[in-house]
Design a protein. Structure first.
Length: 462
């Protein structure tokens, strides 16, 4: 696929790196020659220096032949204009724009249409991150929570702790513990290495366990791996930017929220936007302020400023002063592995969330969702099966009969029935039917192309 990426900042560079690995033809446009030179030195891509929304610059990037335009500059208006030009002058098939300002997203149904502002897909890293943090707050003890099938199915990662009923036992005993709940362990990561689970696999302390279950069964399954955690009540957010504000708006009517923000003018804006949250002007690294605000009674401390180092230091300080759990927003991918799992419980990568939301539009086959996992080494995919036994390599076959590469497993299926949507946890004897939403877990994302081909329909279907 020929893809043009506008903007070589953190989001654009990260997207370019992921898509280039998948043998796409990538061109990146940016005003900064130095940034582009650094990017070109480490990736097999083309670069064009210039203004992202100028037609002559887009022509240098060969917009006439592009299959996909991804506009992720720091300026919403530039991204929107670039999509407009790509549509009006070159009829680019798919146009994706990063839109940060909530006011644009509020009018997206009326505004982002071909006759007005032709943007096919809107991505907002801030919204994706705030929704991701919300899912972690909803599920105390989870390291990752990912939704599939419009939220009916969830993939959750937890760390196995001493005291969990299944810890130290084989997975085949899970059904005895929970006879009325169906779930499947998709993968286990032990000391950074992936283990494909089988019935005789024993869960060990500190294993990172990925399991799939219906949304309503998540808490019950989590309790098998670790001590149950009480629902959170008191949350402190360090940073009142777009992410902090979005998150507070989403949860302030259900939790006790305090926001720490250094900028006085921003504090005033936050107080006008929020109804129940307490706004505090000051530094999240101010020990006296944290103690004064009873940090030791805080269930979750969430650092979401735009400075990685500030987030790390504030989280470490909050944990030392008694916060029960701390999360830190980390833009630099190199930092994520260094800090997660120590004193900082969860490192949140906006790039990982953003890339996952884009991949479903790049991949072939009918992919509904793509979630990037384990610092993008692994993936979880929701793909729709089409066809019949003659035209499809999966429809009409049991899961045991499907030709899956090593390190790939099918975790669950969402099926439309006469009585509504039905969640089926995958077993060897489960038969895949036409229009099933199939959740696939890949320990190694290099097998993605195999899965794309596996779910493609043969010509006889047409």
């Amino acid at each position: 696929m020929k893809i043009i990426i506008l903007g070589a900042g953190q989001v654009g560079a990260n997207i370019a790196e992921h898509l280039a690995r998948e043998q796409n033809d990538i061109t990146v446009v940016d005003n900064s020659a130095e940034t582009l030179r650094e990017l070109r030195d480490r990736l097999d891509i083309r670069v064009v220096i210039g203004h992202a929304s100028h037609p002559d610059v887009l022509e240098q990037a060969n917009i006439e032949d592009a299959d996909l335009l991804i506009a992720v500059t720091a300026n919403d208006e530039v991204n929107m204009v670039a999509c407009q030009i790509a549509y009006s002058l070159y009829r680019t098939p798919i146009k994706i724009a990063r839109i940060r300002a909530p006011v644009f997203a509020h009018y997206k149904d009326k505004l982002f249409r071909n006759e007005h502002s032709p943007v096919d897909v809107i991505i907002s890293p801030e919204q994706l991150v705030s929704e991701y943090i919300f899912s972690l707050i909803e599920n105390p003890g989870a390291l990752q929570v990912l939704d599939f099938a419009e939220g009916a199915i969830r993939l959750v990662a937890v760390k196995a702790y001493h005291g969990g009923p299944l810890v130290g036992r084989e997975l085949r005993f899970m059904r005895q513990h929970m006879p009325n709940i169906d779930t499947r362990v998709a993968a286990i990561y032990r000391r950074g290495q992936a283990i494909m689970p089988e019935g005789h696999t024993v869960i060990e302390v500190d294993d990172e366990v990925f399991f799939i279950a219906a949304r309503g069964d998540i808490r019950a399954v989590m309790s098998e791996m670790r001590r149950s955690e009480k629902p959170y009540k008191r949350i402190m957010i360090a940073g009142g930017g777009n992410i902090g504000l979005r998150l507070a708006k989403k949860i302030e009517n259900r939790y006790s929220i305090k926001i720490l923000e250094l900028n006085a003018e921003r504090c005033k804006e936050l107080s006008e936007e929020l109804d129940y949250s307490v706004i505090l002007q000051g530094s999240a690294s101010d020990q006296d302020l944290l103690l004064e605000e009873n940090i030791e009674e805080t269930d979750v401390f969430i650092a979401v400023t735009n400075d990685d180092e500030a987030n790390i230091m504030a989280s470490l300080l909050a944990k030392r002063l008694g916060a029960k759990k701390v999360m830190a927003l980390i833009n630099n991918p190199a930092y994520v592995d260094l800090i997660q799992g120590g004193e900082i419980d969860i490192a949140i990568s906006p790039q990982q969330a953003t890339v996952g939301s884009l991949l479903s539009h790049v991949r072939s086959g009918d992919m509904v969702n793509v979630h990037s996992l384990r610092r993008s080494a692994a993936e979880a995919i929701e793909v729709i099966a089409h066809g019949d036994e003659n035209s499809s390599k999966v429809v009409g076959k049991t899961i045991e009969e499907v030709d899956l590469p090593e390190g790939v497993s099918i975790g669950a299926i969402l099926r439309e029935t006469e009585n509504g949507k039905e969640v089926l946890i995958a077993h060897d004897s489960t038969v895949i039917k036409n229009e099933d939403h199939v959740i696939v877990f890949l320990v190694d994302k290099r097998h993605t192309k195999h899965i794309e081909k596996l779910f493609q329909v043969g010509f006889s279907f047409f």
